[in-house]
Design a binder for this molecule. Structure first.
Ligand code: NDP
Ligand code: MG
Length: 383
């Protein structure tokens, strides 16, 4: 039977890889609903090509533009606004939603999908970082299938083993664009330099978060919620070649790894095919052509946001939301060249130090704090 997907964040980097997977797996997969923020000129033609009947754009408010898009694509059912997306997720026909919305914008879709009891292929790590405690309560019998490559690797290496047999999870990190850059050159890092990832082709936020390795702190939090392990049993190490996507170390000393050349199509395919594996030609790994695999620790002075992120993770409550929002704002300021790369950690630290902890925040509090922390951080720099 063909599995119907609600594809959220369809015009992004993960969205693009999902289209590649669906194009190859037409016997298994179809897209019944797709969502983006505003990139209609990309999504509407794709909807015609892939036979997607229903689209939603959360960020197009201009009613004359809405009317002209509907006129240009009369065969598509097109909706606008965030509320339309949330209501479609509660009412449309789909088997699994792939949430690949970028950044903190993705959390409400995760809640809508799970509150309906639907399965969720989750790329949007921020959903768990900000609201992991609520997601776990809401999940019920629905499956959350990790799309982040590290978590897909761990999910595969865990198989059906009970957590009591797991010593620790080992999350691998590429080290980002500046693993070898002399620290004295960091103040001169430009947005263009930070937006180039050595191994992965990804959206702007996750690429920048990889350069600072804040992304790895987010992934440690994501692993904590997905696999229900305490932070003491989740390690991260640098593995510059991004061939081993992560590992599980068992109590008997054995370490299981999942490997392939870096390509997000594979974790997307696995999340959508689970519990089966389907024939695919998209990702082929030629072992003879791989570079030597190496590992190194994550240096504190090079990646301050990673280490601050781990501290914030352990404190939990509202602080991961505050830190993520502060990083999103600081990244925006950096991309606009209003601050230097090396100013990012101090802005984030400043926002965190002005925040009161809230333990066990509800979704409303999370959304409110996300917005206020973002604005607070932006406000440090005059526009
Ligand atoms: P991109 O920036 O490439 O794409 C983001 C997508 O989300 C676009 O389709 C964008 O639409 C859409 N979007 C943004 N805001 C909203 C909103 N408010 N409502 C609906 N749609 C919205 O991001 P990526 O694909 O790189 O990443 C997506 C998520 O997956 C992130 O959480 C990231 O951390 C995670 N991830 C990504 C990886 C990767 O390889 N790229 C790897 C692992 C995880 P529009 O184009 O119209 O603006
Ligand atoms: Mg990842």
């Amino acid at each position: 039977m063909v599995k119907k997907i609600a594809l959220l964040g369809a015009t992004g980097s993960i969205g693009g890889s999902c289209f590649k997977v669906v194009a190859e797996q037409r016997d298994h997969l179809s897209i019944s609903l797709a969502a983006a923020h505003s990139n209609y000129s990309k999504l509407c033609p794709l909807a015609l090509e892939f036979g997607i009947p229903t689209l939603v754009f959360t960020g197009i408010d201009d009613t004359s533009l809405q009317a002209s898009i509907r006129r240009e694509f009369p065969t598509l059912r097109i909706y606008f606004g965030k509320d339309s997306l949330l209501s479609l997720l509660l009412n449309e026909d789909y088997k699994i939603a792939l949430n690949a919305i970028g950044g903190s914008n993705g959390i409400e879709a995760t809640f809508a999908v799970l509150s309906r009891g639907k399965d969720l292929a989750l790329a949007n790590k921020e959903s768990l970082v900000m609201g992991g405690h609520l997601v776990k309560k809401l999940q019920g019998n629905a499956k959350i299938l990790p799309v982040d490559s590290e978590h897909s690797a761990i999910f595969q290496a865990l198989g059906k083993h009970p957590l009591s047999e797991v010593e620790k999870l080992i999350i691998t990190a590429s080290g980002g664009a500046f693993r070898r850059t002399p620290l004295s050159d960091f103040p001169a890092i430009t947005p263009q330099m930070a937006l180039k990832h050595p191994n992965w082709d990804m959206g702007a936020k996750v690429t920048l978060d990889s350069a600072t390795m804040f992304n790895k702190a987010l992934e440690v939090m994501e692993a904590h919620w997905l696999f229900d392990l305490p932070y003491e049993r989740i390690d991260a190490i640098i593995h510059p070649q991004s061939i081993i996507h992560s590992m599980v170390q068992y109590v008997d000393g054995s370490i299981l790894a999942q490997m392939s050349v870096p390509d997000m199509s594979l974790p997307i395919l696995y999340a959508l095919s689970f519990p089966e594996r389907w024939d695919s030609e998209i990702v082929q790994t030629d072992l003879y052509r791989l570079p030597d695999l190496s590992f190194e620790p994550i240096a504190k002075e090079r990646y301050p946001l990673f280490h601050l992120g781990l501290e914030v993770a352990r404190q939990g409550g509202i602080l991961p939301t505050v830190m993520n929002a502060a990083v999103e704002a600081a990244m925006k300021l950096f991309l606009e060249q209003k601050i230097r790369f090396t100013d990012i950690p101090s802005l984030v630290y400043r926002t965190l130090s002005q925040t009161m902890q809230i333990t066990d925040p509800d979704l409303k509090t999370i959304l409110y704090t996300n917005e206020t922390s973002y604005q607070l951080t932006l406000g440090y720099v005059s526009h």
